[in-house]
Write a protein of this length. Structure first.
Length: 303
């Protein structure tokens, strides 16, 4: 089996001081990449900050003979995002791969959620991805090469009680990926989203402890490594995974039903009458862009 290598490649992993990010950083470095280990070193709820999280991972990489530098900026500000990329360029001259991974939780049922809890979680996940990806993508476009990962979550894709802020942010990342996959493809920059599952500090209150040995963070690493490799052509997809299970996950559109004739008014009662066919997912498939929805309306769009 030919090994996937990252010799000469420069990789940024945000939130790489712990959990999943740490595992990605260690593996990229072991496969020859120069790695920027970004981590603000916060508590589980995003409070506080320390350099020790990023420093420890950089130390680990160097001890194993790899190349890495630390960055301690918050991904959630434009200055922080720019500085993550500046640290990378100063140390290694370019950016080839960006894994947007940093984040934290402020779980609360929607009725009790404060605007601060909403904003904090939207900031670190969605705004954070904007703040780091925009300057990184600018360099990738210049060099005509790049691989970007957005870390989504099944909490947003499928739903999870008490995570309205987190679910919205994580699904927002899918929306951002869907647009960037179109905007960046011509520069040979591919962007995919992952929905990992791992027993980590973030999930230790959410996942039963007896599953910890099975849901190890390291089982999510191979998918990230492959998606970020030069040979992988995948662009604009979501992959759900955990414990060694990997599955493409998609938003699909059903064939649906055309009501009316394209000009007459359509009654709510007609929708009711055809609801079973409208909701039938037989033949549903993912679409590449929003204009593809027009093909389903084609019979109605004709003059
Ligand atoms: P973790 O809590 O172990 O690690 C997250 C890291 O991000 C921490 O080291 C933290 O200091 C850092 N961080 C937080 N805010 C930051 C900021 N503003 N700037 C820079 N770094 C910051 O969490 P875990 O489990 O490793 O999660 C990693 C990513 O995977 C997160 O985006 C999370 O939402 C996502 N995820 C995790 C799942 C799981 O099962 N563990 C499930 C689905 C998604």
């Amino acid at each position: 089996m030919e090994k996937i290598r990252f010799d000469g490649r420069v990789v940024i992993v945000t939130g790489a001081g712990a959990g999943l990010g740490r595992e990605y950083a260690l593996e990229f470095a072991a496969r020859g990449a120069s790695v920027v280990v970004n981590d603000l070193g916060v508590a589980r709820d995003g409070s506080g900050s320390t350099h020790s999280a990023a420093d420890a991972v950089v130390e680990e990489i160097k001890k194993a003979g790899g190349q890495a530098v630390a960055n301690y900026d918050s991904v959630a500000t434009p200055e922080g995002g720019s500085n993550v990329v500046k640290t990378t360029v100063d140390a290694f001259g370019k950016v080839d791969v960006l894994v947007n991974n940093a984040g934290f939780l402020r779980d609360k049922s929607f009725a009790k959620m404060t605007i601060d809890e909403w904003d904090a979680v939207m900031s670190v996940h969605l705004r954070g991805a904007f703040c780091v990806t925009q300057p990184a993508l600018a360099l990738m476009r210049e060099h005509g090469y790049g691989r970007v990962i957005m870390t989504s979550s099944t909490s947003g894709i499928f739903g999870n009680f008490g995570q309205g802020n987190y679910g919205a942010a994580k699904m927002g990342l899918v929306g951002l990926m869907n647009v960037l996959k179109l905007e960046a493809a011509k520069y040979n920059v591919h962007i995919n989203a992952i929905a990992p599952n791992a027993y980590s500090r973030m999930t230790e209150n959410l996942i039963p402890a007896e599953l910890a040995p099975k849901l190890q963070a390291k089982f999510n690493v191979p998918m990230v490594i492959y998606l970020c490799s030069e040979e992988c052509r995948e662009n604009g997809s979501i992959f759900t995974m955990g414990a060694g299970w990997y599955a493409k996950t998609a938003i699909v559109c059903a064939p649906g039903v055309c009501l009316g004739d394209g000009s007459r008014d359509i009654l709510a009662e007609e929708v009711r009458e055809h609801f079973a066919s409208i909701t039938d997912l037989t033949g549903a498939r993912p679409l590449d862009n929003n204009l593809e929805t027009f093909q389903f309306m084609a019979p109605l769009l004709k003059q």
